[in-house]
Design a protein around this ligand. Structure first.
Ligand code: TXA
Ligand code: MG
Length: 348
């Protein structure tokens, strides 16, 4: 029997509960500045197995080890290339994950059997508190079911897992709102594997040779989720150019279908069956609210989510990446006829 969910604000007593739970091999969800993590004692195989079970995540998908500072990094990484040192120095604590050659002690459940390990030092004060009190590595994927929308509030974690998680530390809304930037420093190369709040040019200001050809998932280190069914709401999602979204929403909603829209401006008119969220033009605010907005629209009882295409510039890379994956995971593309106008009324 698992205990009921304890909502922990980080009083000392409650921190103790979380730390004891981790030591006992139980799972503790905790806030980070990016998204909430589903934490397990990184040296406890039973706890690691529970993470995969609970998420429904294939064992081949590796986990990130969270540390309170780089001081014990060499327990996890057998080699810390100069590039990694520089990036860590500049961006830790913060939304950066480094993939490094692992030490023999790192459990294969963490690495997915690979010779590398992903490590990150989060900046969220409650994550820091927990990690310091625990005194070791906490392996933590995002606290959502496999392939689903990441949680940015404690309530989202409760929605995902209910009582199955021993303890949920509530640290409020995650500041960044998207998962960390992942950079692999392996085999003499530095590769961006997942775009996040730290942009490619920010990385390159510190390490000019960062390559960006790892994102598609072709690189040696695996980043599962680079293609299908990731970050996806249950409602089919499509990305639509800004100047087509009103007409499309209007056309699709004819006949009573409810349509959800995630845009960056208010609607130009009023529409009967359109649920419209204006996430605004600023990337930080957009990212902060992104997963919460997807959850809201997913629950709005709509047949489709239309997302206004985001700007092409680099600051939007992480958002664009998550949108692309969410759209790729959607089963049904929007049917259009030959001259690219919408064939109305034939959607499921
Ligand atoms: O912001 C974040 O990174 C959040 C918070 C909780 O820290 N965590 C997170 O974890 O996003 P998760 O499990 O949802 O995503 C971790 C990503 C996966 O795409 C995984 O494949 C990749 O990190 N990864 C982990 N270990 C790796 C390795 N050794 N080589 C390449 N990619 C790795
Ligand atoms: Mg995830």
């Amino acid at each position: 029997m698992r205990a009921m969910v304890t909502v922990v604000r980080a009083t000392q007593l409650e921190l103790n509960t979380a730390v004891q739970a981790l030591r006992d091999g139980e799972l503790v969800a905790f806030p980070t500045e990016t998204v909430y993590g589903l934490g397990a004692h990184a040296g406890h195989p039973g706890a690691l197995r529970r993470v995969f079970e609970l998420k429904g995540r294939p064992a081949s998908h590796p986990l990130i080890v969270h540390l309170d500072s780089p001081r014990f990094l060499t327990r996890w990484a057998r080699e810390v290339p100069v590039a990694a040192e520089r990036l860590a120095e500049r961006f830790w604590p913060g939304p950066l994950t480094l993939v490094l050659p692992r030490t023999p002690q790192v459990h294969p459940l963490i690495t997915g059997g690979q010779d590398t390990v992903a490590v990150r030092v989060p900046s969220h004060p409650m994550a820091q508190q927990l990690l310091t009190a625990f005194g070791g590595g906490i392996a933590a994927p995002s606290a959502n079911r496999y392939g689903r929308v990441s949680p940015t509030r404690a309530d989202h974690v409760r929605e995902e897992f209910g009582n199955a998680v021993h303890t949920i530390l509530d640290g409020g809304e995650c500041k960044v709102g998207l998962e960390s930037t992942i950079v692999a420093c392996v085999g003499g190369q530095v590769r961006l594997l997942r775009p996040g709040a730290i942009s490619l040019s920010q990385l390159r200001r510190v390490v000019p040779e960062v390559r960006s050809d790892g994102i598609a998932g072709e690189a040696t280190p695996r980043v599962p989720g680079s293609t299908h069914a990731h970050y996806a709401p249950l409602t089919p999602l499509a990305i639509v150019p800004a100047d087509e979204i009103e007409e499309l929403a209007d056309t699709l909603s004819e006949g009573g279908q409810r349509i959800a829209v995630l845009a960056q401006r208010p609607p130009l008119g009023t529409y009967q069956s359109v649920t419209w969220i204006n996430a605004g033009p600023r990337v930080d605010a957009y990212a902060h609210d992104f997963y919460a907005n997807l959850r809201t629209l997913d629950k709005a009882g709509c047949t489709r989510i239309l997302v206004q295409a985001v700007p092409a510039d680099e600051r939007w890379d992480a958002v664009r990446d998550r949108l692309r994956r969410a759209a790729a995971a959607s089963a049904a593309p929007i049917p259009v006829d030959d001259d690219n106008s919408i064939a109305a009324g034939i959607l499921p």
